[in-house]
Design a protein around this ligand. Sequence first.
Ligand code: KIV
Ligand code: NA
Length: 264
Amino acid sequence: RRITRIHHLAQMKADGERWSMLTAYDYSSARIFDEAGIPVLLVGDSAANVVYGYDTTVPVTTDEMIPLVRGVVRGAPHALVVADLTFGSYEGGPAMALASATRFLKEAGAHAVKLEGGERVADQIATLTAAGIPVMAHIGFTPQSVNGLGGFRVQGRGDAAEQLVADAIAVAEAGAFAVVMEMVPADLAGQITRKLTIPTVGIGAGNETDAQVLVWQDMAGMTHGKTAKFVKRFGDVGSELRRAAEQYADEVRRGTFPGPEHSY
Ligand code: KIV
Ligand code: NA
């Protein structure tokens, strides 16, 4: 199995080859996804939700993210590991962004970082790229701005389409190696994908992007409650895990575990 780095992703776009990205937050799951051949793993700040149990991604900190990235890097020797910069750790300007991004590379071994925003973070993207830190951008619905955006809503409808195109061009020109587009109309995502030479990664952005990303707990049936329209469940890991835990508890209660084969 080959190692994936950013130039491979550019080549895949040139070859019209689609690829997938999944989130990962620990060694054990990262190993499984790496073995499955997922070329890019994102240590998303969705860790706020699925690891730390917060309602939004606003509260999670760089200090909370770093240990997760360490585990994923150790578990995934082939994948490109991208770490999310957290809310409040890069908006202040290029120097702030550089300090935050550097931590993920030096202290955790990430290969790239992701940040949210279009034109407004172009200076940050240019500075990180010039410093040798590959940057994945994230436009459309940007969860860290949920308070400013007024909730979980589709972005880029009507007049807002022009701004979304401007954001996509701005991040590409600033040097981003790829751009996530979240919750944008499929036609618009397709237009932007054809316009850009860097790969686009869709989540709720239709079927015409170069790549797709999902939160693994959503994709594998580990999420509690209602999920977004863009989620497809490819498995039911949550039910299987619950069944295993129930069976374990039951066998301990009944005295059938451990058996002689588990004893010394
Ligand atoms: O944090 C995250 O999981 C993300 C992806 C869903 C794009 O940013
Ligand atoms: Na994120």
